[in-house]
Design a protein around this ligand. Structure first.
Ligand code: SAH
Length: 215
């Protein structure tokens, strides 16, 4: 399809621009395979490959491509990983994770807004991702019935690391999470003998609303 070719070229240009970030090549290869234009509202498709967030309805946004790239890079995703994402939104970030963990891995992504549960499910199905499960609920509680997880990716800003997420992370596991209300910092949390928390970048995310989030 002619349109598909045009988006492919735009996607390649997006990848070329992201090279400056210095993320692992596997991350860029995964992003090259995900059709981001299938995860934005139809009227915004022509902007799908710009490096900025876009509105997806209900006051929420699909994160900018460089943010998705950096978070996936910090997480060090491996084939076969079992991953929990908080904030399905458009489903795009979950699709990139699915590419990185391969057919033997699986992604559970929790979303609190029913409209976006439906939206992300539809987008993921249209783009062909079968190993991503979208679950309606408060992600600050994690997903105990599917725990433990190798990796946890929080895509909304929390007041602090929700204790259930620490509990549901495997020993040796990693989590990325933006923390703060106005000034937000992205943290990489590693569960070893204890909990190691390292600050990375200043970021801007919509708030995590829930039991261990903002109210
Ligand atoms: N990862 C998304 C970006 C999501 S924006 C993407 O790739 O498009 C953050 C999302 O987190 C929003 O959809 C918001 O509704 C959701 N959210 C906020 N608080 C939440 C909570 N407690 N549990 C689950 N989802 C939450």
């Amino acid at each position: 399809m002619v349109e598909d070719e045009r988006y492919k070229e735009e996607r390649q240009r997006m990848i070329d621009r992201l090279r400056g970030l210095g993320v692992r090549k596997e991350v860029l290869e995964a992003m090259k395979r995900v059709k981001r234009h299938l995860f934005v509202p139809p009227e915004l498709r022509d902007q799908a490959y710009g490096d900025y967030p876009l509105p997806i309805g209900d006051g929420q946004t699909i994160s900018a491509p460089h943010m998705v790239a950096m978070m996936c890079d910090y997480l060090d995703l491996e084939k076969g990983d079992r991953v929990l994402e908080i904030g399905a939104g458009s489903g795009y970030h979950a699709a990139v994770i699915a590419e990185l963990i391969g057919k033997n891995g699986c992604v559970y992504t929790v979303e609190r807004l029913p409209s976006l549960v439906e939206y992300s499910r539809r987008n993921l199905r249209a783009a062909g991702y079968m190993n991503v499960m979208v679950v309606l609920g408060d992600g600050s509680l994690g997903l105990p019935e599917h725990a433990p997880f190798d990796r946890i990716c929080v895509t909304c800003a929390a007041p602090d690391v929700p204790p259930p997420l620490i509990e549901q992370l495997k020993t040796g596991g990693k989590m990325v999470i933006p923390i703060g209300r106005y000034i937000q910092v992205l943290y990489l949390v590693e569960k070893k003998n204890g909990i190691e928390k390292r600050s990375k970048n200043e970021v801007v995310f919509v708030p995590l609303i829930g039991r261990f989030g903002f109210r």
